[in-house]
Design a protein around this ligand. Structure first.
Ligand SMILES: Cc1cc2nc3c(=O)[nH]c(=O)nc-3n(C[C@H](O)[C@H](O)[C@H](O)COP(=O)(O)OP(=O)(O)OC[C@H]3O[C@@H](n4cnc5c(N)ncnc54)[C@H](O)[C@@H]3O)c2cc1C
Length: 384
């Protein structure tokens, strides 16, 4: 297995790191204290990062992308999360474009995909509901055909970008009797098919807008339903990619915590010596490095499998479960190394911890990832 970055990937990593540290890092704290980004602020960050390959890089050239592979994409996300976890989550808008690119009709792609490159059209993926979290197959939001329109009723919750999105791919059921086979992704464009949203506040990722979306007899053109009956399957295929990317995101957050801890341990003097000279501090730093490296390798291995066009469900789940939990441990140790400074909101360490802790939940909880890996290993389902 060769995990070395290509020359191009190394250059991209260096360039993007320099840019993020110079242009983005200085404004992170003020935005985090203000809360969820406004649409205008999100758009300005998205526009600044598109030239590096964020948001559109993975799309075909025809639609403004450069066909970036998953590993290069992973490099971009690790660097972004190292500076600002919340902004990495705002880029879940890519999931919207991913679904459109994979499953949209030629007409839908030609009309909407060029908007991705503008950076000012924000999308979200609305799967979770108040009664359908880990059990995504029990989605209750209905889309009922009425002439040339679907009438949508239901509530989606914890939707990243939900409050600032121009459009959502909403996982709906068009035929409850078919269970998951009666589900589809319905493209709901907010201008023409209004829905209401409510901001939800979270422990971490505070600059990433998260919303509840309510659909009350929301009328959507019939042609906006993608792949009738294949919405649940498409959701699972999306998770294969997104879980590995959450793993990479957590690796970036953990790396930031390691970098800060090493510097602090070298500079902070107690008992007349740098605290980094104490073996217990060194042990914590080495544990942080080993766990983060293991999470990184698992995540990039999953992305490598995706680049080879092979199935990677178990590997993505392993990467997501391990890298997120490892980041919680690593960022918690970073707090310990920083002493009281670690719990002060004047320093970024507590943010790293809150952000890492938040990511053990989305795209399937740690428990669900383990059940998926267990199912692959044993051939026995521990959940329906
Ligand atoms: C920051 C953030 C961003 C998010 N973004 C999005 C988004 O963009 N789009 C979207 O659709 N959703 C999003 N979500 C929602 C997320 O996907 C769900 O929260 C997640 O799937 C878990 O569902 P739940 O919160 O309802 O928990 P539940 O499913 O109610 O789980 C509660 C607890 O029970 C455990 N549990 C459940 N079933 C089992 C089982 N069979 N065996 C063992 N343990 C079990 C879980 O592991 C968990 O510990 C986001 C959530 C967060 C926190």
């Amino acid at each position: 297995m060769d995990f070395a970055l290509t020359e191009e990937q190394s250059m991209l990593k260096t360039n993007v790191r320099n840019f993020l540290e110079k242009e983005i890092a200085p404004v992170v704290d003020e935005h985090e204290k203000r809360g969820p980004l406004t649409k205008e602020a999100a758009v300005s960050f998205i526009r600044a990062l598109i030239p590096f390959g964020y948001m559109t890089g993975f799309l075909p050239e025809k639609y403004g992308g450069s066909g970036l592979d998953h590993k290069t994409h992973g490099v971009l996300y690790e660097e972004l999360a190292r500076v600002w976890g919340s902004l990495a989550v705002v880029f879940v808008s890519e999931g919207f474009w991913w679904v459109l690119n994979e499953a949209g009709s030629p007409e839908q792609k030609d009309r909407l995909l060029p908007l991705a490159a503008s950076g000012d059209y924000i999308g979200c993926l609305a799967i979770t509901e108040p009664n359908a979290g880990s059990d995504a197959a029990s989605v209750e939001t209905t889309a009922t055909l009425n002439g040339d329109e679907y009438i949508v009723n239901g509530t989606k919750t914890w939707i990243s970008n939900g409050t600032i999105a121009d459009a959502a791919f909403v996982l709906v059921t068009t035929d409850k009797s078919l269970g998951p086979l009666g589900m589809g992704f319905l493209l709901v464009e907010r201008d023409s098919s209004p829905f209401t949203t409510r901001e939800l506040h979270k422990l971490g990722m505070r600059s990433s807008p998260t919303g509840e979306l309510s659909f009350d007899d929301c009328r959507v053109p019939k042609g906006n339903l993608l792949e009738p009956g294949a919405g649940y399957k498409r959701t699972m295929a999306f998770f294969d990619v997104s879980r590995a990317m959450v793993g990479v995101t957590c690796t970036g957050i953990a790396q930031a915590a390691i970098d800060a801890s090493i510097k602090y341990a070298q500079d902070r003097i107690q008992f007349g010596r740098p605290i980094g000279s104490f073996q217990m501090i060194q042990e914590m730093i080495v544990d942080m490095m080993m766990e983060t490296e293991a999470g990184r390798l698992l995540s990039f291995r999953a992305l490598d499998i995706l680049d080879r066009g092979e199935r990677c469900r178990g590997q993505s789940s392993m990467a997501k479960a391990y890298a997120t939990e490892a980041a919680v441990q690593t960022t918690s140790k970073a707090i310990q190394i920083h002493g009281a400074m670690g719990v002060s909101d004047e320093y970024p360490i507590e943010r790293y911890f809150r952000d890492a802790r938040t990511l053990t939940i989305p795209d399937g909880t740690t428990q669900m990832q383990k059940l998926i890996v267990g199912r692959e290993a044993l051939g026995i389902k521990a959940f329906v």
